[in-house]
Design a protein around this ligand. Structure first.
Ligand SMILES: [Zn+2]
Ligand SMILES: [Zn+2]
Length: 254
């Protein structure tokens, strides 16, 4: 059994939970301590029961709550050296350094950090493997690589960034330099890019698809849901949306 839930996703904060019968792992924490505890309560999780916090990169919407949560509840942090050297976690007493494409284990979860193109020091996303089920969590990437296509092809569940609609971004209110950053190869995944990737990796195996890190300014959940569903020929309601406010409740791969 491998399950996934989200405390929220978007530029105002991200945090995803992965759990098995033996362990609960948090990917990123971009919320304040108070907000994180409140959101965990909605999922009936005691903060002290979290076995590890995995960091993807040092941008505020992913890392701001990592240090405070780790210190308050004694939760160990797993991070690349680059993300840790950003200093954004503050002083940590319990941490482990990981490297891209070097797998590690937490209880019964086998975890592979996936290096991704993004404008941070040493960003990585994660592939989780437990009881023969595979789940990829992949946000904050400006483009995708052949390794990413290969890894995602074997997944039963994929949480994928659908950050912006390209027309909305380029015709929208962002300053030109920010449009270039977001839309560039080290920025964020557009709906078009996500769809292209999904068309490469959607196999009979794939049973859970979650669109995440959706921009409030430059995208719209309904548009993501309809264009993704149509492109991969899935029922609309089967494309799950990770919301900024509510995230999403547990989904189990069995
Ligand atoms: Zn982000
Ligand atoms: Zn980022």
């Amino acid at each position: 059994m491998l399950k996934v839930a989200s405390l929220g996703s978007g530029s105002k904060g991200n945090s995803t939970l992965i759990a098995t019968n033996q362990a609960t792992v948090m990917v990123d924490c971009g919320f304040t301590l108070k907000e994180t505890v409140k959101r965990l309560e909605r999922l009936d999780i005691q903060p002290g029961s979290i076995d590890a916090i995995l960091v993807t990169h040092e941008h505020q919407d992913h890392i701001s709550g990592v240090g405070p949560l780790s210190r308050k509840f004694g939760i160990p942090v797993w991070s690349t050296r680059g993300s840790l050297l950003s200093g954004k976690c503050g002083n940590l007493t319990h941490y482990s350094i990981i490297e891209g494409f070097q797998r590690f284990q937490i209880a019964d979860i086998d975890i592979l950090p996936i290096s991704v193109p993004h404008d941070a020091r040493e960003p990585c996303q994660y592939l989780f493997n437990s009881s023969d089920k595979r789940l990829a969590v992949l946000t904050d990437l400006g483009s995708y690589t052949p390794e990413i296509i290969n890894l995602l092809k074997s997944c039963h569940g994929v949480l994928l960034e659908c950050n912006h609609d390209e027309d909305m971004l380029w015709n929208g209110p962002y300053p030109y330099s920010l449009k270039q950053r977001v839309g560039g190869p080290l920025g964020h995944m557009s709906n078009r890019q996500a769809i292209k990737l999904l068309q490469n990796i959607t196999t009979d195996k794939l049973e859970l698809l979650i669109a995440s890190h959706i921009s409030e300014q430059n995208n719209c959940s309904k548009l993501v849901q309809s264009s993704v569903a149509e492109a991969i020929n899935w029922p609309l309601e089967d494309v799950i949306i990770a919301e900024q406010d509510k995230g999403f409740d547990w989904f189990t791969l069995t």
